[in-house]
Design a protein. Structure first.
Lengths: 199, 269
């Protein structure tokens, strides 16, 4: 498993022949093999947690949402047709879980709460950490201000490590279309960052 | 450049390590009977789809049966309707207050040039297109009818006083069943008693005093698609001038349009 410190491959399963491996794993899980299910969890939970943590900026909440993501995954594994990769499918569930949580009025956590951002690198100075943290928080808020389709593409690619080709396959569009979405998202993020800076 | 910087900044956003025990909590929530939990969802989905399909099929079947019932009723009603002989239809001719309907009508003697051309073209239309009631008239008939109708809707030049004769002028629009088109008046609903018989929707053109226009044009309105309860089609009879009686009109129509069984007409003056 690539750790959360390597966002470019956060949820990706480290296997030589990934497609065959995923197929094999899914077959075993569908047959009721708990060991295979535990194997899947061990290989993917850190990536799911990291992506959710970047999305919501709160590790406790991210942990809860990770648990909920896997709960949903077990119940909807029967409907997984294998068109998308398992990691992409898992991130889609995680992202939907996050959106449901944010949209639920009673349980909404303010994404503007910059105190929720945590300091991770203990080796840096307090000012530097605060500055980095603030910048990350601003960037996160700018990403969360994107339209949902662009937001999904950006967060899946940069925070969950889903490749462009996997995203294209999962979304049923071409890789060029995904790259266009990313460029459009960058424009919007820059505009949002400028707006927040001038405010 | 900015995009690359943004990519780097996005990729550099760190995430905390997962809390201890998270993996155990997730593993603890794996269903005991994993196979049935996974398959159960699929079965529920399949059941839902099957149920929806059954409901859809039932609705389609019901609609089909209703449609068939209406169609059968229509056919029976049509077969049982008596064939009215000429002159026995519910004919009624209205006449303007300025014209006495009992006045005998002089035969047509002469026509202005524009009317002669119309008659020639009308004859041409009738000779080209057999007067059968078909669901869709040919394109040529449509074009000819459109031309004729446009000509009728435009006011002809007034006749000189010497050519104005006493007589009864009618502009009759005879409609079998219903007609819904841009130029037709709507409001005739299904199961309307009028719908089963010929009726008048309205006059097409204003009557011109003693224009001396002979019966010349029967139109089959091809734009009316046959609806469920619409076994017949739409006929226009336009520009009947100097018709001695309704029976004469009926006879005239009957000779040319075999599908006309009864002429229940009203006239607009």
């Amino acid at each position: 498993v690539t750790g959360p410190d390597h966002p470019a491959s956060a949820i990706a399963i480290d296997a030589g022949d990934r497609i065959e491996f995923e197929h094999h794993l899914l077959t075993r899980i569908r047959q009721g093999d708990r060991v295979a299910a535990e194997d899947l969890v061990e290989r993917t939970y850190a990536g799911v947690f990291a992506a959710l943590s970047r999305l919501c900026g709160d590790s406790d909440l991210a942990a809860d949402l990770t648990q909920e993501t896997y709960r949903k995954a077990w119940s909807s594994l029967g409907g997984f047709n294998g068109r998308a990769q398992l990691s992409t499918w898992l991130y889609r569930i995680a992202y939907t879980t996050f959106l449901n949580h944010v949209r639920r009025p009673s349980r909404t956590t303010s994404i503007d709460d910059e105190r929720s951002s945590q300091l991770h690198d203990r080796g840096k100075g307090a000012d530097e950490l605060l500055s980095e943290n603030e910048e990350a928080a601003r960037l996160r808020l700018a990403v969360l201000a994107l339209p949902v389709n662009l937001q999904f593409v950006v967060t899946a690619h940069f925070w969950a490590g889903v490749s462009v080709s996997d995203l294209a396959e999962a979304e049923g569009v071409s890789g060029v279309a995904i790259r266009k979405r990313l460029h459009r998202a960058f424009d919007l993020i820059e505009r949002e960052l400028e707006r927040r800076t001038t405010r | 450049m900015k995009g690359r910087q943004l990519e780097e900044r996005l990729g550099a956003i760190g995430a905390p390590p997962p809390p201890a025990g998270l993996v155990q909590r997730i593993k603890g929530e794996i269903p005991k009977d994993l196979a049935s939990a996974v398959e159960g969802d699929r079965l529920r989905l399949r059941r839902g789809v099957n149920m929806s399909l059954r409901i859809a099929i039932a609705i389609v079947t019901l609609l089909l049966l209703i449609w068939l019932a209406f169609a059968v009723l229509d056919i029976r009603e049509h077969e049982q309707r008596p064939h009215n002989p000429p002159g026995q239809g519910k004919a009624r001719i209205g006449s303007p207050s300025s014209v006495d309907s009992s006045v005998s009508i002089a035969p047509l003697r002469s026509f202005p040039s524009w009317q002669k051309d119309d008659r020639a073209e009308d004859r041409d239309i009738q000779s080209r297109q057999p007067l059968e009631v078909t669901p869709r008239a040919s394109a040529s008939l449509c074009r000819a009818r459109a031309r004729a109708r446009a000509r009728l809707l435009t006011s002809p030049p007034p006749l000189p006083p010497s050519e104005v004769t006493d007589g009864l002028e009618m502009n009759v629009e005879i409609v079998r069943c219903s007609a819904y088109g841009p130029n037709d008046r709507g409001g005739i609903v299904l199961r309307d008693s009028l719908e089963c018989d010929a009726h008048v929707l309205g006059k097409l053109v204003a009557a011109f005093p003693a224009e001396g226009r002979a019966p010349g044009l029967v139109e089959i309105a091809s734009r009316t698609g046959a609806l469920v309860r619409q076994p017949f089609h739409l006929l226009f009879y336009i520009g009947c001038g100097h018709v001695a009686s309704v029976s004469a009109l009926e006879e005239w129509l009957r000779q040319r349009v075999p599908a006309v069984r009864a002429v229940n007409s009203e006239t607009s003056m």
